[in-house]
Ligand binder design. Structure first.
Ligand code: DGL
Length: 266
């Protein structure tokens, strides 16, 4: 069983891509809505939440963890790998590898939450792959609430995006990483505003491809029982109507959100 966690339901963009690529693998998802958003929080708070989330998923039978949340992946991956013995896959490495393969001029952009940008996690991952590629970053903290409000096509969202992308546009990027669970839902606005010649790297898709390859190389993690995507389970640590709407929108079907409170600290 693959355990996936995020600060909320935005990480379902990653779960959806995994479901599409690996429909016969059982997925167990946890959205930590009780402590969401992670983006503006300190690294230590996010690490504590990530540890609790991982414990919960393992207690429910997860044999591999996917950190779908960029903010958590940025600050908590090392702590999780030290503390837990099962494989931990995260969204940063697959996205940075894809961006490094895609760029022709060696100039990559990254947008994400404040926690992600502040952590310089993407820069660190890039140094290990290719030291000649330059990365230009921009924190876009207003985009998550806009997506959660369902403002995917509002004038205000377009204006805010234009403003965020303005400073990146002067850097002659040819590749832009969407370094946040929610940004795939704004691809249709980001593409035209950053420029048609800039390739977008969607970390939900790259993570699913990375996971598929990983499972191919680690066949002992293969699912043994027959399974369909409808059997996947989606837990949340608090409920609200917005979460339900976002979840249904991401999957384009009704998602049964199962409430669990036993991992909440507060
Ligand atoms: N899931 C977070 C991320 O990808 C965005 C939402 C939040 O700030 O919690 O960084």
């Amino acid at each position: 069983m693959i355990g996936i966690f995020d600060s909320g339901v935005g990480g379902m963009t990653v779960a959806r891509s995994i479901e599409q690529l690996l429909p016969t693998y059982p997925l167990l998802y946890l959205g930590d809505i009780a402590h969401s958003p992670y983006g503006p929080k300190s690294a230590q708070t996010i690490i504590d939440c990530a540890i609790n989330n991982t414990r919960f998923l393992i207690s429910k039978g997860a044999k591999l963890i996917v950190i779908a949340c960029n903010s958590a992946a940025s600050v908590a991956t090392d702590s999780l790998r030290q503390q837990f013995q099962i494989p931990i896959i995260e969204v940063i490495l697959p996205a940075i590898e894809e961006a490094a393969r895609t760029t022709k001029n060696g100039r990559i952009g990254l947008i994400g939450t404040s926690a992600t940008i502040r952590s310089t996690s993407y820069e660190t991952a890039l140094t290990e792959i290719n030291q000649n590629i330059k990365i230009f970053t921009k924190a876009c903290p207003l985009l998550v609430p806009l997506v959660e409000e369902g403002w995917h096509n509002k004038r205000e969202t377009k204006m805010i995006l234009k403003r965020y992308l303005h400073s990146l546009k002067n850097n002659q990027l040819d590749t832009l990483i969407l370094g946040c669970t929610h940004y795939p839902l704004l691809k249709h606005l980001i593409g035209p505003r950053i420029g048609k010649k800039v390739s977008l790297v969607d970390s939900s898709e790259t993570t699913a491809k990375y996971l598929k390859h990983y499972l191919h190389q680690n066949p002992h993690l293969k699912a043994t029982e027959p399974h369909t995507p409808e059997q996947n389970r989606y837990y949340i640590t608090d409920y609200n109507d917005t979460a339900q709407k976002v979840a249904n929108r991401i999957f384009n079907r009704h998602i049964d959100l199962l409430l669990t409170r036993n991992i909440c600290k507060s």
